[in-house]
Structures are given as structure tokens and as C-alpha cells.
Design a protein around this ligand. Structure first.
Ligand code: C6P
Length: 404
């Protein structure tokens, strides 16, 4: 059992009022709030050990380097990567995916195929489209059904010896659907394709085991899991990271530079050119410790309760439709009300202190599938409460009355 009031006290922002009302923060899919321990750790880094890493022999540089590498080790353990050098620090999921697509530009040829799912965030569509333009490869798309679930028979049919990459999210940001990634990874590997999993929406809710999943790449953002913005991780299997060329050239990623020829540093440095977000990388480790102390089993159990409660309460509202009605879901409810634009509901409930996301959620193909301009998305975290859901439901009812 989680002591939610005690947990809420860890997050200073949650006791704020917004527009004169107590803040109800249901935009966790966009970014999570940060506990005091994370905020303090950022300050402590700048007050005590700020220095550039992997460069100086001086004490502060050593301390900062050690803290950065300790954090890499924490991430390695957290996702169960075989080696610490398979864990690359990035600025977020978008950076991680672009690093991979850039690498595949020297591998793919015309006629090769990349399979993406219909549930992708634009971050996991556009970089692959750009790669197709560069290489002449073709993008194929796994369709979804009315519940927002991937149609696996159609995926099986798309697979062939032409398939070189399969990529999809672990959890859909727009609908909350949890995808059967283990099945997909196994099938993709059977035809020799590499698999990239976009874990941006999964890591706040669960602990991915990259060895058990056997994915080739797993990208995620730190800011959605209580960490600072501008942090992220790309996990890549050693063999793949050795095969891919560097993403950016610069300091830190070289062994030797002459005007005739440059040789690259070993992993992970080959992919970490330039001065990174040092404080952010270190503090991502603090955020992971914080979440592990609460425990992902506890988080999942409680968030499932919130999901069930919110679904039941929202469906009491006449004319309300939920998108993403598949069985396997994370704590996200995406909905619309008959005849009302999602933006209008979002704006009115904001005045009542409630933060939800409205619009296409950077997943326009899903909105096209359902023939809607967007949805109202309430995404819950372990620090939210059923009472807050009640406040939102009443606010949505009020907005509906005002707009009808
Ligand atoms: N989704 C949302 O409100 P970055 O911006 O790089 O940290 O994450 C991009 C990204 C990639 N994949 C998925 C599945 C995502 O949900 C996101 C970010 C936020 O849904 C902001 S658009």
C-alpha cells in the first residue's frame, strides 16, 4: 500500500494553486513532476562538484565523472542491460531515435523495408521517413483496430526478408495502449530485422528488462520519470552500437584525430560527442532511485486503480467516448465529448486548476484513424488521487454544460 499523501509531500509543485484552485496535474504523459530529492540533487551538483567530465585530472572533474558513471551504472541495472557501455546518455527519446536512424543511413538500401506502428508518436515516424528518403527504403505501417490495438495478423503479413527494422512504442502516448512488444520483437528477429522500442511512455510505469525483451534498441526520456528535462537514455545492444557510425562528431567521441584520419572512441563515448547535460545525467540516477524506492509493482497496482476509477467515472458523462479501449492499458484516458472540441474542454478545466493535454498529442495518424481533430488526455501518475479524478469529472461536466 502506498502512502499517497506522504508521496505527494515529496513534490512541492503539487501543493500549488493554479488559477486560484488547487492544482490537479494530469499531464504526466507530457512530463512528470519532480520530487524535492531530484530538485535538491541538481542544486547540490552545481554547488559542490560542477566540472566537465572525462577530461580533467583535477578533483572536481573526477568527482563529476564518477557521479556521471555511477548514474550510467544505475540505469544499466534498472533496465538490466548486459554492459554499462550499452547505455548512452541522450537529451531524450527523440535524440535516441534520431541517433539510430542516422546510423541506419549507411546500412539500408533501396528495397529494404522499415515497419512502424500506427500508434507512433511523431518522434518515431518522422526520423524513419527521413531515413527512407535518404536510403530509398520503404516505410510499412502496422494497422490498429477500433480499440486502438495493433492488428498482429497484419503485422505478420508485413514481415518479410525485406524487413530490416521494426520499431514501435512500448506504450502509446495518445491512447495508453500497452503493445505486445515481446511478440513483435521475436517475430521481427525471426526475419533478421533489428527492433527499436520507444519506451518514452513506459518507463514512468514499469521497469523494462532489455535482455528479457531482447530488443536491439530501447529509447526513453528522463523527464517523464521524475528526472530533469533534457535527459534521456538510448540502450543499444553492443553489437549494434559497434556497427553503427557515430551520430555527431566532436570532443569526447574520438581516440585520435589527425587531418588525415580520425579514429573513434570505444562505447559509450563514440556516441556522446560534446559536453553533455552532466547534472541531468547524474540526477536521472537520483530519480530512478526514488522510483525504485516506491517500487514499480506498487506504482503499477495503484495506477491501475486510478485508471479503472477514472474510466468508470468519466463514462458516467453522457456523450463521452474513450479512445483506446483495448484491455492492456497504462494509466492514460483519452476522450472526447459529442459535439465539443477537446481544446474548449481543456481551456475551461484549466481555469479550474486542472492540467490535461488536448490536441493530437504528436500522434496525428491516430487522430486520422478515429476521424477526430484530437482528444482530451488525462495521464495519471502514482502521486495522483481518486479525489483529483472526481474534481476533473465534475469540471468536465461543468464545461459540457457551458458549451452545450
Ligand atoms: N510525448 C506527450 O505529451 P521527448 O520529447 O524526446 O522527451 O519524447 C518524445 C516522445 C517519443 N515517444 C513517445 C511515445 C512520447 O510520448 C514522446 C513525448 C509527450 O505525449 C510530449 S509530445
Amino acid at each position: 500500500m502506498l502512502d499517497i499523501q506522504k508521496i505527494r509531500a515529496d513534490f512541492p509543485i503539487l501543493s500549488q494553486t493554479v488559477n486560484g484552485k488547487p492544482l490537479v496535474y494530469f499531464d504526466n504523459g507530457a512530463t512528470s513532476q519532480k520530487p524535492q530529492i531530484v530538485i535538491d540533487a541538481i542544486e547540490k551538483y552545481y554547488q559542490e562538484i560542477n566540472a566537465n567530465i572525462h577530461r580533467g585530472v583535477h578533483t572536481l572533474s573526477q568527482l563529476a565523472t564518477d557521479a556521471y558513471e555511477v548514474s550510467r551504472g544505475k540505469v544499466q541495472q534498472h533496465i538490466n542491460a548486459k554492459f554499462a557501455h550499452e547505455v548512452l546518455f541522450t537529451s531524450g527519446t527523440t535524440h535516441g531515435i534520431n541517433l539510430v536512424t542516422n546510423g541506419f543511413a549507411s546500412i539500408l538500401k533501396p528495397g529494404d523495408e522499415i515497419i512502424v506502428s500506427s500508434l507512433e508518436h511523431h518522434s518515431n515516424i518522422v526520423p524513419w521517413q527521413m531515413l527512407c528518403e535518404k536510403t530509398g527504403a520503404t516505410l510499412r505501417v502496422i494497422p490498429i483496430n477500433e480499440d486502438g490495438e495493433l492488428i498482429l495478423d497484419a503485422f505478420d503479413e508485413l514481415l518479410s526478408e525485406k524487413t530490416k527494422v521494426v520499431t514501435l512504442n512500448h506504450i502509446s502516448n495518445a491512447l495508453g495502449i500497452i503493445n505486445p512488444i515481446k511478440y513483435i520483437i521475436e517475430k521481427a528477429h525471426a526475419v533478421g530485422a533489428a527492433v527499436l522500442i520507444d519506451g518514452a511512455q513506459a518507463v514512468p510505469h514499469l521497469k523494462p528488462d532489455v535482455q528479457d525483451l531482447d530488443c536491439d534498441f530501447y529509447a526513453f526520456s528522463g523527464h517523464k520519470m521524475c528526472g530533469p528535462t533534457g535527459t534521456g537514455i538510448l540502450y543499444g545492444k553492443e553489437e549494434w552500437l559497434n556497427k553503427l557510425p557515430p551520430y555527431q562528431g566532436g570532443g569526447e567521441m574520438i581516440k585520435e584525430v589527425t587531418f588525415e584520419k580520425t579514429t573513434y572512441a570505444d562505447l559509450p563515448h563514440k556516441f556522446e560527442a560534446g559536453t553533455p547535460n552532466i547534472a541531468g545525467g547524474i540526477v536521472l540516477g537520483t530519480a530512478i532511485d526514488y522510483l525504485n524506492n516506491i517500487g514499480f509493482e506498487n506504482i503499477q497496482k495503484y495506477e491501475n486503480e486510478l485508471l479503472e476509477y477514472a474510466t468508470k467515472r468519466l463514462l458516467e458523462i453522457e456523450g463521452l467516448r474513450i479512445y483506446g479501449t483495448g484491455k492492456n492499458k497504462a494509466s492514460v484516458v483519452s476522450f472526447n465529448i459529442d459535439g465539443i472540441h477537446p481544446y474548449d474542454i481543456g481551456s475551461i478545466i484549466d481555469k479550474l486548476g486542472i492540467a490535461v493535454r488536448t490536441g493530437h498529442h504528436c500522434a496525428q495518424p491516430i487522430m486520422s484513424f478515429f476521424c477526430i481533430p484530437g482528444t482530451i488526455r488525462a495521464s495519471f501518475s502514482f502521486y495522483n488521487t481518486k479525489e483529483e479524478i472526481d474534481v476533473m469529472v465534475e469540471a468536465v461536466k461543468k464545461a459540457q454544460t457551458m458549451l452545450s
